[in-house]
Every structure is written in C-alpha cells, then in structure tokens.
Design a binder for this molecule. Structure first.
Ligand SMILES: CC/C=C\C/C=C\C/C=C\CC/C=C/CC(=O)SCCNC(=O)CCNC(=O)[C@H](O)C(C)(C)COP(=O)(O)OP(=O)(O)OC[C@H]1O[C@@H](n2cnc3c(N)ncnc32)[C@H](O)[C@@H]1OP(=O)(O)O
Length: 277
C-alpha cells in the first residue's frame, strides 16, 4: 500500500504529489500537471538491491501502470551511486527459500520495468555496476553524470551475468561490443559509456540530468502512446519471452550457483573487501 505523505504545490503552474512506499525505500513523486513520475531509489548508502527494495520497486511499477503513468524517471537519492547492483548479503549464506524468493522478485521487477508501455529514462547520478547497470539498461534512455562507472562487472567477480542481463546489454550496444564487455566484466567511465552507446547522453550535474530526462520524456509523450508502446514492446518481446518462459530454469541456475562453496567463499571475501575499503 502507498501512503500519501504530503502534497506540495510548487509555484503557480505545477503541483507535485509525493508518495512513498511504506518502507521508504522508493520515493515516488508525481507531477500533477504532466503526470510524469520520478522514482527515486532510497536505500542508503548504495541502493543495493535486496528483496525489500526490489519489492518496493515492483509495487511502484504496478501502481504506475494502473494509474496510466505517461512517463517515468528512475534515479537515486545517493550522491555516489545509482545502484550497487544485487545486495551481496542476500546471496551470502541464504536459505533456499530466501534465495528463491529474492531471485523471483528480481525477475518480477525486471519484467515490469523492461515492459512498461510508457517511456522510461534512467537519470544515472552515480556508479551503476552489475544489477545497477541492468536497471539503467532496462529504461529506454540513459543519461549519466560524468566521472562515474557503469557496466556488467560479474566476470571480474568470478560469476556469470545471467543471460537476460547479457541480452539487455547486447540489445543496446550490439553483439561485438557486448561480447567484449561481458567477457572482461568491463566497467566503463561515463565518457566511455557514451562513446559505445551504453548511455545516450551525459549531463553536467544533477540539475542538468533531471532537465535532460524531462526533455526526453516531453519528446516521447508527444508521440501517439499506443503506437509508441506497441513498437517498444515489439522490440523487447524476444528478450522478455526468453525469461518469462524460462523463469524456473533461471531460478535453478541462480540456486545452483549461489550455493557453490567457491561462490560463497568469493562472496565472503568480496563483502569483507568492500567493508575494509
Ligand atoms: C562476488 C559475488 C559472488 C556470488 C554471487 C552469487 C551467485 C551468482 C549467480 C548469479 C548472480 C549473478 C548476478 C549478479 C549481479 C550483481 O549485481 S552482483 C553485485 C555486484 N556489485 C558490485 O560489484 C558493486 C560493489 N560495490 C562497489 O563497487 C561500491 O560499493 C560502489 C562503487 C557501488 C560505491 O562505492 P562507495 O560510494 O565508495 O561505497 P562503499 O564501497 O564504501 O560502500 C558503502 C557500503 O555499502 C556496502 N555495499 C556496497 N555494494 C554492496 C552490494 N552490492 N551489496 C551489499 N552491500 C554493498 C559496502 O560494503 C559498504 O558497507 P559498510 O558501510 O562498510 O558496512
């Protein structure tokens, strides 16, 4: 359930409704004039994607779909990080039930985000590794602030990016670039990401980022919405169907991997390394 927290009127022209998931992990702001939604991830310090954050995102996406949202900006309340990707603690010594529930919610959230009929833009105001990059890649347009890092770094952690993560990257930067990036687990600077098309625009700062995101949505919202969404979903349907039809196999892949002693050992070392930093 969503709780109406406050109703703000900004200036005379536009009014903004602020909603928040009960957990406060996602701040949702809806402009009452344009209907544009800003979905801000708010799990300090780095928006690591645990079950609760994914569930709050999923609930927000369902709400936006039900309310016929015309356009959405995905961003983060953190100054350093858009999202640090999957929460490593969810994968460290979980029970089978917990691991299954977590992965299933990740699938639910991605399917909803990737298939929205309305235009989506990632306003990437910080680092965006692994699952963070997946979220950004699932939007239609990506704008990033300078001097941050983005990419699917799984190989560098000794794990393999799931097929649907890989497909998202391939769909954006093409077969050859995706193959090279995925084999190396390469993280790109904002500037490198722009060069290979992993992001579409750079912004100078957060204000410029949000302005550019609104500009993108204004342009998209000027198009006939049904035709727009049919083309979008048409482009994405093969990637979506692959996961939707293979959800159980994908969960099994995750469970088979996550419980490997070697994987648990690397996870423990990685968590320790991040904590000591
Ligand atoms: C090694 C993994 C092994 C096994 C996985 C298991 C199964 C495999 C099967 C399939 C899964 C494959 C798919 C995986 C996709 C993923 O998303 S995996 C996650 C990958 N993420 C990363 O590699 C990012 C790690 N984090 C960073 O590089 C930096 O934190 C970041 C650049 C994002 C921000 O830097 P900075 O602002 O300096 O912050 P800190 O590094 O100081 O971090 C602050 C605190 O946050 C904790 N933290 C960081 N990232 C995560 C995370 N992903 N999950 C949980 N916690 C995280 C960090 O430990 C600090 O905690 P502290 O404040 O010290 O307690």
């Amino acid at each position: 359930m969503f709780v109406l927290r406050q109703c703000l009127t900004l200036g005379t022209k536009s009014s903004i409704r602020n909603f928040s998931a009960t957990t406060n992990l996602v701040n949702l702001t809806i402009n009452e004039d344009t209907g544009v939604a800003i979905m801000e991830l708010n799990k300090p310090p780095v928006n690591s994607l645990n079950y609760e954050l994914l569930e709050a995102m999923h609930r927000t996406l369902v709400k936006l779909e039900n309310e016929k949202c015309p356009g959405m900006i995905l961003t983060s309340s953190s100054r350093s990080t858009f999202s640090a990707g999957l929460d490593l603690l969810e994968m460290y010594k979980p029970t089978v039930d917990k691991a299954r529930r977590f992965w299933s919610m990740l699938q639910n959230t991605w399917i909803k985000l990737y298939s929205t009929p309305y235009p989506t833009v990632a306003a990437i105001n910080g680092h965006s590794p692994a699952g963070g990059c997946l979220l950004a890649m699932s939007c239609e347009h990506r704008i990033m602030v300078p001097d941050k890092m983005i990419g699917l770094n799984e190989t560098q952690l000794g794990i393999v990016a799931p097929q649907w993560f890989q497909d998202c990257m391939r769909n954006i930067i093409g077969e050859r670039q995706a193959e090279k990036a995925l084999i190396a687990g390469r993280m790109f600077t904002s500037e490198e990401a722009l060069k290979i098309g992993l992001v579409d625009e750079l912004a100078t700062d957060k204000e410029d980022l949000m302005q550019k995101a609104h500009d993108f949505l204004d342009e998209q919202m000027g198009l006939p919405p049904l035709a727009r969404s049919v083309v979008k979903v048409g482009f994405r349907k093969d990637t979506l169907s692959k996961l939707i039809n293979g959800r159980e196999a994908d969960i099994k892949m995750f469970l088979d991997n996550v419980f490997q002693p070697k994987v648990q050992e690397s996870l423990e070392n990685y968590i320790q390394m991040l904590k000591k930093k």
